[in-house]
Design a protein around this ligand. Structure first.
Ligand SMILES: C[S@@+](CC[C@H](N)C(=O)[O-])C[C@H]1O[C@@H](n2cnc3c(N)ncnc32)[C@H](O)[C@@H]1O
Length: 168
């Protein structure tokens, strides 16, 4: 028996979207690649998370949290690349050391700020996903998610372009 079948690592998982993202960005190419290099570039980008009615009951109590962790599918990803050059980089980096949308499992993760909830619609800011992105899960961002003493690998010390005026 292989390690994969013994440990369950060979299993497939079926993920059903619980909603969709509404975003000012229509296509991945609408987001300048360099924008991803700026730590706060998306802070003021507003959008909405539309949760399908059959999951709306699960939004009970969500309104009391300031930030939410959104897990989603990079549904417009064009396939996995194990090595790639992040924006502004000259060296190849391993996919698991990057936030690239081109991953073996095309899963994305973004922390958004919750502005309001109206029934099954969450108005949020901090959107870096495109319109129609399938939402797979939502979790509250809590104090446990805040880490100190972090090391940021190859990202540390790299030159980043100046942020747009609105984000300074
Ligand atoms: C660098 S990724 C980071 C996303 C998320 N914060 C993360 O860490 O998983 C953001 C880029 O993914 C691309 N993108 C956004 N939504 C997408 C989607 N639904 N399918 C494919 N690519 C997408 C856009 O080009 C955007 O600039």
């Amino acid at each position: 028996m292989s390690v994969k079948s013994r440990t369950g690592a060979g299993r497939r998982f079926v993920l059903k979207p619980i909603g969709i993202v509404h975003s000012p960005f229509r296509e991945p190419t609408d987001i300048p690649r360099d924008m991803n290099r700026l730590p706060r570039a998306f802070t003021k980008v507003r959008g909405a998370l539309e949760i399908f009615p059959e999951y709306a009951e699960g939004l009970k109590d969500v309104g009391a949290f300031s930030h939410l962790i959104v897990t989603f599918a990079f549904h417009k990803s064009t396939g996995a690349k194990l090595l790639s050059k992040p924006p502004g980089e000259t060296r190849f980096r391993g996919v698991f050391s990057t936030r690239s949308p081109h991953r073996p499992n095309a899963l994305g993760l973004t922390v958004v700020k919750l502005a309001s909830r109206k029934e099954n619609i969450l108005a949020v800011s901090g959107i870096d996903m495109v319109e129609g992105t399938p939402i797979l899960d939502i979790k509250p961002y809590t104090a446990r998610d805040r880490k100190s003493g972090i090391r940021t690998g190859w990202i540390r010390g790299r030159r980043v372009p100046a942020p747009p005026r609105a984000n300074r």
